[in-house]
Write a protein that binds this ligand. Structure first.
Ligand code: IMP
Ligand code: MG
Length: 178
């Protein structure tokens, strides 16, 4: 069991808010006054999605999907499935996916394939708070991301380790004892 003392701060609350503002400016510019559906990928993206939503100036509808990726501990398994699809009909809609982090890319690939297969969306923009490019095994990149990070397991601001630390207002990494 980790205690908060083991979490080393990596990205501060104000750095996060500033980067989200920049991302939102880009999205505001891209979509102007067109209506968008902002999709939160539960649970990790909950903080990111709500803060991003607050900076968007077009008409926004907030929707949710929950995925599960079978895996153990801090390793991604690559087997992703949708377990709660709380989505309306998104045919001919502008969709912005808000994801917490792109790591191997399996989840991002699953999500983009899922939307392609289920709906004929008008546009799809994939936004990720974090991008761990160094860990990528699937050839996919977010359209927009806030921060690129190294190969560290991060927690906070929605990201968890075994369900914990999602409530931290900043992003930190778990220091492994050596
Ligand atoms: P991917 O499918 O390997 O790209 O992994 C994406 C998912 O794994 C994310 O949506 C997160 O839920 C989780 N994940 C990947 N890296 C981290 C991390 O450093 N901290 C917490 N969760 C992570
Ligand atoms: Mg996630």
């Amino acid at each position: 069991m980790y205690t908060e003392q083991d979490i080393k701060p990596l990205i501060s609350e104000s750095q996060i808010q500033q980067a989200i503002k920049t991302m939102a400016d880009n999205l505001n510019n891209l979509y102007k006054q067109e209506e968008v559906y902002l999709i939160c990928v539960l649970k990790g993206s909950v903080m990111f999605m709500t803060d991003l939503a607050k900076q968007l100036k077009m008409p926004v509808k907030m929707e949710f999907i929950r995925l599960s990726s079978y895996g153990s501990g801090t390793e991604s398994s690559g087997k992703v499935r949708a377990i709660d699809i709380l989505l309306p009909d998104l045919n001919d809609k502008n969709v912005i996916i808000a994801e917490d982090i792109v790591d191997t890319g399996h989840t991002a690939k699953f999500l983009t394939d899922f939307f392609d297969y289920k709906f004929k969306v008008k546009s799809l923009t994939f936004c990720s708070l974090l991008d761990k490019k160094i860990k990528r095994v699937v050839d996919i990149n977010p359209d927009y991301y806030c921060f690129e990070i190294d190969d560290k397991f991060v927690v906070g601001y929605g990201l968890d380790n075994d369900g914990l630390y999602r409530n931290l207002p900043y992003i930190g990494y778990i220091e492994t004892q050596s």
